[in-house]
Design a protein around this ligand. Structure first.
Ligand code: AMP
Length: 235
């Protein structure tokens, strides 16, 4: 049977959701879950940088010096990388943004970029949690070398230490998940990204979400506020 939306090949306007929140708050986890539910791609600026670092591209070499210090990569480089990614066909219906934009300057550039793609920022879920919880989550995080599966030495330990339960590859600690860098990343977040909260609050797009709860509870809150057209092609 045809669904109510089955005639919709491509919505008139793509949907762009911007997740804001400090490192370790669960932005990536939630964006992955919502990507599955909506069919929109999850675009993580941190993952794009890490892919470039792994591939030893010029962009990767430049970004690595900033990332290892827990600092932001310069705007021009970051914005060009995101524009390129959003021009791929899988982003035709929009995207779930994780880690970009991070500053008001990037947010202005993003608005201009989205106008070129025929869209705008639709919603900005801002996920928060106490700092001590973020440090604890990140400094205990171990990431799978092959596919980025995430484990935690206390909350979600692998069955065999140092080995991914899912694909058997080696688990490693990201350089920027080491405790000194984690603290620095949270400071950078507070100093710079917090301005973004004011930026989107002023524009009436911000939705504050408590990330200090179980994953499913956070997901339920997010699903309740997503624009309905996100589901147009998946219902
Ligand atoms: P993440 O995985 O989002 O924590 O990002 C890891 C690192 O990549 C950050 O600490 C920054 O050095 C860099 N990065 C990610 N997104 C951005 C961005 N929008 N602007 C500048 N640097 C970024």
């Amino acid at each position: 049977m045809r669904t109510r939306y089955s005639y919709v090949k491509k919505p008139a306007m793509p949907t762009y959701i911007v997740f804001i929140g400090p490192p370790g708050v669960g932005k990536g986890t939630q964006a992955n879950i919502l990507a599955e539910r909506t069919g929109l791609p999850h675009i993580s600026s941190g993952d794009l940088f890490r892919e470039n670092i792994q591939g030893q591209t010029e962009l990767g070499k430049l970004a690595q010096t900033y990332i290892n210090r827990g600092e932001l990569v310069p705007d021009d480089v970051t914005i060009a990388m995101i524009r390129e990614r959003l021009s791929h066909p899988d982003c035709a219906r929009g995207a779930l943004m994780d880690g970009f934009p991070r500053t008001p300057a990037q947010a202005d550039a993003f608005t201009e970029m989205l106008a070129d793609f025929g869209g705008k920022v639709d919603l900005v879920p801002c996920i928060f949690a106490p700092e001590a919880m973020l440090v604890e989550r990140l400094s205990g995080r171990w990431t799978c070398r092959a596919q980025g599966h995430i484990f935690h030495q206390v909350n979600n330990p692998p069955q065999k230490p140092g080995v991914c339960d899912i694909d058997g590859s080696e688990l490693y600690q990201r350089d920027d998940d080491k405790i000194e860098t984690v603290r620095r990343r949270i400071q950078v977040y507070t100093a710079q990204t917090a301005l973004l909260i004011a930026y989107y609050r002023q524009r009436g797009l911000l939705a504050e979400i408590n990330g200090g709860r179980a994953i499913e509870e956070v997901t339920a809150d997010l699903l309740a506020i997503l624009p309905s057209r996100c589901y147009a092609e998946t219902n």
